[in-house]
Design a protein around this ligand. Structure first.
Ligand code: IMP
Length: 436
């Protein structure tokens, strides 16, 4: 029987711990593919005493024999990617054309994108989005604009790249100096630097959509590794406080160049609570001692930016929406251990606007700002659960919490994570092949 592909996505506002789940799935796959976002992501995998934080390189890189693909839908910052390649090699991980493939059609994050991201946020002041300053939005904007875009394939184009960079830099310098009085970037310096990255990555640059379609035809198993979280999706998230790419499972076919049937089983990664970094509405936020406690226990500080994350209770209304949007088959409930020690825990089960239940979830910031969260309260658990290896070893109240998540989302909880290590994983109701 043909192996079923797996798509791993975040169902909240990012930082759900997708890295650990992709790592578990990658073990059973031949390909791991990033299809959205860029170096704004920070996917962490713990292997024994080693901690790997990946931004652009797919998490499958830690397994020999797994092909890792940076898809066409990713915005590729070669400066960050090269640093990652070197850091991995320095730790004995093999990275090269045999296991890393970068789409020639992926758009390149250029220096002016990072500059524009930073300066725009400063200019927006209180109205800022709270981006990761990685140049993500400006790069996707240029992708849509087309004439000011640089693709990975262009980096290999010698004099063609020189001309392109000169023309684009002239336009960017004019705009950035007029808007923000920015110092001009030197096109020749940029060309030399990026041509050098082109040389370094050249053996790994490929027509990855074609590569993946060949893999599909050969029946190879693929894991699609989502970035960010569904509530940050450009079309379906809390606009305008979102990232600039299609991060849900709906983004897979487009961002990887595969047919929708390739998506396979969709795993929605969910924290046992909610966190958000950056600005924007957050209905279950606890800007109080509860939120502080969750942040401390969950070490809720950004992998990419180090920013403290906003924390709050689980929001089953937003979860149902995100799960329906991507056709989630099962949930991976992570960081359940962080909730130990609360006498009672809460889950938001409904929203009200002007005293009336909200029938249809509207993710836009303007609508979400108006909602009031309705909670149900459940008994908490005082025990530490970090060494539980089986569902039956969890305290009855923690099991009741998991059951409630299943009921409220209408999805089985396939995997429960009780700590950062590979071993701290309970395979519960999972239908993923080769894991339980
Ligand atoms: P950008 O993607 O850097 O443009 O940031 C836009 C919004 O998405 C900001 O609120 C960021 O904090 C958020 N964001 C982007 N990437 C991630 C992520 O990987 N985890 C959590 N939040 C993210």
């Amino acid at each position: 029987m043909k192996a079923q592909n797996v798509t791993v996505i975040g169902l909240q506002w990012g930082d759900e711990g997708k890295g650990k789940i992709v790592d578990a799935v990658a073990r059973t796959c031949r390909y791991v593919v990033r299809y959205c976002g860029g170096a704004n992501a920070g996917h962490t995998v713990n292997v024994g005493s080693q901690r790997y934080a990946m931004h652009l390189i797919p998490c499958g890189i830690l397994y020999p024999g797994v092909h890792n693909v940076v898809g066409n839908g990713v915005v590729f910052d070669p400066t960050v990617a090269w640093e990652e390649v070197e850091a991995l090699r320095g730790r004995g991980v093999k990275v090269g054309p045999e296991n890393l493939h970068v789409s020639s059609a992926a758009n390149v994050v250029m220096p002016w994108h990072k500059l524009a991201d930073r300066l725009s946020e400063v200019a927006l002041g209180k109205g800022k989005i709270g981006t990761t300053a990685r140049g993500i939005g400006p790069c996707y904007a240029d992708k849509a604009a087309r004439s000011t875009a640089v693709r990975v394939g262009d980096l290999l184009d010698g004099d063609g790249l020189r001309e392109k960079v000169a023309a684009i830099a002239a336009r960017k310098n004019a705009v950035l100096s007029a808007l923000y009085e920015a110092e001009p970037v030197d096109a020749e310096v940029v060309w030399r630097e990026y041509a050098e990255y082109g040389r370094r990555f050249a053996p790994m640059v490929a027509n990855t959509p074609a590569l993946l379609r060949r893999a599909l035809a050969a029946g190879e198993k693929i894991c699609f590794e989502g970035g960010q979280g569904s509530m940050l999706d450009i079309d379906h998230g809390t606009f305008p406080y979102v990232t600039s790419s299609a991060v849900t499972a709906c983004g897979v076919p487009h961002g990887a160049g595969v047919p929708p049937s390739a998506v396979g089983r969709v795993v929605g990664v969910v924290k046992a609570y909610t966190s958000r970094v950056g600005a924007g509405p957050f209905p279950t936020e606890q800007d109080n001692a509860i939120g502080d406690h969750i942040r401390d226990r969950g070490k809720e500080y950004g992998t990419t930016t180090g920013r403290p994350r906003r924390c709050g209770w689980l929001d089953a209304v937003a979860l149902r929406y995100a799960a329906d949007l991507s056709g989630v088959d099962e949930i991976a409930l992570v960081l359940l251990d962080v909730l130990s020690g609360f006498q009672t825990v809460r889950i938001c089960t409904d929203y009200k606007t002007d005293g009336k239940s909200v029938d249809e979830f509207d993710p836009t910031a303007a609508a979400l700002r108006r909602v009031e969260s309705v909670y149900e309260e459940l008994p908490g658990w005082s025990e530490e659960i970090v060494s539980a290896t089986d569902y039956g070893e969890l305290p009855a109240t923690a099991r009741a919490y998991v059951d409630r998540v299943e009921f409220l989302t209408g999805r089985p909880v396939g995997i429960i994570s009780v700590g950062p290590e590979r071993e701290q994983t309970i395979f519960h109701n999972t239908q993923l092949e080769g894991l339980a």
